[in-house]
Design a protein around this ligand. Structure first.
Ligand SMILES: C[S@@+](CC[C@H](N)C(=O)[O-])C[C@H]1O[C@@H](n2cnc3c(N)ncnc32)[C@H](O)[C@@H]1O
Length: 274
């Protein structure tokens, strides 16, 4: 390690940063540790030491095959959501469609929808994505991620769930994917300090008669049949206690439903179809 870099590394570790994180921040903000870049590395270290998540401080993080730009306007995509993408792609593969239309509702950084259309493209399948969020900030990040990865067949729609989607799409969506907010107000009181840096509107949902933190899931599930094509599929992520309520919500709007588990064996992903 060159002298300047090891000096800066020592300085950041001295401030209290873990060595591994200090290395990443130097690589991001001061590669080569040139004098003029040192202040930005130190400023980044101070943000991290003040409790900001590493992913926001670095400004990007991998999700499946994409390196996604991230900032505090969007949720940091989670590993279980990578699993949701696997499930969604398998469902689409079963349907064997020539040019599927995908609706990512509550898209945040675009993690789910952009991964799906990018991985479909790798398999030679050209698909169209509608990326919906009520947060203009989240849509700005999602748009940047689409450009970053040259994914052009995407429309971005600012909308409260399905409200602003063109009626022309009714019955034409092959896959609706969503990872809506599902932490209840009560549970949010107990979450880690670090989670509080993420947008509250991306995490917290009101309760529904079916379950705590379930109101947004209820809306997303109940609204899906109107948009799904005849062979269309809805794939949603939900809280570990939401397996039964999610299946009941799907069945109550005429869908058949099953639940997939995460690697820890908890019910986390519902797949529903006509
Ligand atoms: C849990 S985050 C998921 C983000 C991204 N899909 C992911 O998996 O990383 C939920 C997203 O839903 C959006 N959202 C919350 N309420 C919404 C609403 N009423 N209409 C549309 N989007 C909403 C939030 O802004 C946030 O981006």
């Amino acid at each position: 390690v060159p002298r300047a870099e090891s000096d800066l590394l020592g300085e950041l570790v001295g401030l209290g940063l873990e060595r591994r994180e200090a290395r990443w921040l130097i690589e991001e903000y001061a590669p080569g540790a040139h004098d003029d870049a040192r202040p930005s590395a130190i400023a980044a270290a101070q943000r991290r030491l003040a409790g900001e998540p590493l992913q926001y401080v670095l400004g990007h993080w991998p999700f499946r095959s994409l390196d996604l730009d991230l900032d505090s306007r969007v949720l940091i995509p989670r590993p279980e959501t990578e699993l949701l993408v696997d499930v969604a792609i398998s469902e689409l593969a079963l349907a064997d469609l020539a040019a599927p239309t995908v609706l990512d509702i509550g898209c945040g950084s675009g993690a789910i929808g952009l991964s799906i259309i990018s991985e479909l493209a790798d398999r030679g399948v050209v698909s169209t994505l509608l990326a919906v969020d009520e947060s203009p900030g989240a849509l700005a990040v999602a748009r940047r991620n689409a450009l970053k990865h040259s994914l052009h067949s995407v429309s971005f729609i600012e909308s409260h769930w399905y409200d602003e989607i063109s009626p022309e799409l009714e019955g034409h969506v092959d896959l609706v994917v969503a990872n809506p907010p599902y932490v209840s107000e009560a549970d949010f009181m107990d979450v880690d300090e670090e989670l509080r840096h993420e947008p509250r509107g991306a995490l917290v949902s009101a309760d529904s008669p079916r379950a705590a933190g379930f109101a947004d899931l209820e809306t997303v599930i109940a609204g899906a049949p109107r948009w799904l094509a005849r062979q269309g599929v809805l794939v949603v992520e939900h809280g570990a206690d939401h397996g039964a309520p999610a299946r009941e919500a799907a069945r109550s709007v005429g869908l058949t439903a099953r639940t997939d588990c995460d690697l820890a064996g908890r019910e986390r992903i519902m797949v529903a179809s006509r």
